[in-house]
Design a protein around this ligand. Structure first.
Ligand SMILES: Cc1cc2nc3c(=O)[nH]c(=O)nc-3n(C[C@H](O)[C@H](O)[C@H](O)COP(=O)(O)OP(=O)(O)OC[C@H]3O[C@@H](n4cnc5c(N)ncnc54)[C@H](O)[C@@H]3O)c2cc1C
Length: 309
């Protein structure tokens, strides 16, 4: 046995060391703060090489290997990296965030401590209108006068509910009961630890334009300001093969192969597979049809039912 035992140091990423502990602002009073991280792009490569052995020797390029793993959904090497964040988030967004069960979480207890004395406020130009086509989404904004009124009413409501909470505390009511009428706009704080594979899943869902604008802002900060510095190769592969990619169903591939070649067959299939419906004499897309149209536009393919009578 050799006496010359190698002592290994922890891996560090200089760009991550620079932002360690810094609160990156989100919304009016929220933040994301990097507390700690484990692993780098190298850890992903190292794990894959242990796992696949000789097979990966031919893939000498680390970037190529990471891209291969991401492309083929070989996920466990990405679990070798972990990150711990301290986040300050309004309760309504936290309710969405906490649905991601694969993280380890410790949240501020408003039974034990007094609730954070800050609620998310909305500027007059930030009020969005309900979307007509997407029940979960918003579209456009309210007019200036309405925006001002909504912000004024928000301030009144938040001050009133804060006053009620403080009054209960002053009268000796238990914190666990006094908090019950605090608004969902009240900020909470948590420590959130997750591995890279599950973090990328979170980012794919929460950076997507179908996610609520405010949670998208958190996800974008985590992705662009933290993950892109931490594991640049994995981030690039994620943006290429997951976030920026398009998934095509079997029917969509068949339709795509017919469009502009055998248009009548494409139209028939669009209707038979539920992408379009005929309303009076007009051909209209269904929800899935509108989603297909968005994919076709990205692919530069003309949407087949446009302008059809
Ligand atoms: C735009 C959008 C709209 C949404 N709307 C609604 C809504 O209206 N109502 C609602 O209730 N939710 C809604 N959600 C929440 C959504 O359904 C998921 O609960 C949430 O996004 C967490 O996703 P996940 O389970 O994949 O993530 P995680 O909990 O992080 O899990 C990651 C993956 O691990 C696996 N996994 C984790 N736990 C288990 C388990 N116990 N059993 C099996 N597999 C597991 C699954 O493969 C899962 O995909 C919405 C989410 C988004 C992004």
């Amino acid at each position: 046995m050799s006496d010359d035992k190698e002592r290994l140091d922890r891996v560090r990423v200089p760009e991550m060391e620079e932002i360690l502990g810094e609160a990156l602002p989100v919304l009016d009073d929220g933040f994301v703060r990097l507390i700690d991280y484990m692993g780098t792009d190298d850890s992903i490569v190292q794990a894959a090489r242990v796992s696949y052995g000789k097979g990966t020797r031919t893939m000498s390029d680390d970037r190529g290997l990471i891209r291969y793993l991401m492309r083929h959904r070989h996920t466990t090497p990405f679990e070798m990296c972990e990150i711990k964040l301290h986040v300050r988030v309004p309760m309504d967004l936290w309710r969405q965030w906490i649905r991601h069960r694969t993280a380890n979480v410790n949240e501020l207890s408003t039974r034990y401590s007094i609730a954070i004395d800050q609620a998310r406020t909305t500027r007059p130009d930030e009020w969005r209108l309900q979307s007509d086509i997407n029940r979960q989404g918003s579209e456009g904004g309210v007019d200036v006068e309405t925006g001002q009124r909504l912000t004024r009413r928000e301030t009144e409501a938040q001050s009133f509910l804060k006053e009620i909470y403080e009054e209960r505390l002053e009268l000796g009511v238990a914190r666990e009961q006094a908090r019950k009428d605090l608004p969902l706009s009240t900020y909470t704080e948590a420590y959130w630890k997750i591995d890279l594979h599950n973090l990328l899943h979170f980012l794919a869902l929460r950076m997507d334009d179908k996610a609520q604008l405010e949670i998208r802002q958190y996800a974008s900060i985590i992705g662009e300001k933290i993950v892109s510095k931490w594991v640049p190769m994995a981030w690039e592969a994620f943006m290429d093969y997951r976030y920026g990619s398009i998934i095509l169903s079997r029917d969509e591939i068949r339709i795509l192969s017919l469009i502009n070649r055998q248009q009548a067959a494409a139209d028939k299939m669009l209707s038979e597979t539920g992408f379009t419906i005929k309303d009076a004499s007009e051909v209209k897309p269904t929800l899935e049809g509108r989603e297909l149209a968005a994919k076709l536009e990205r692919l530069g393919v003309e949407v087949p039912w446009k302008g059809k009578g």
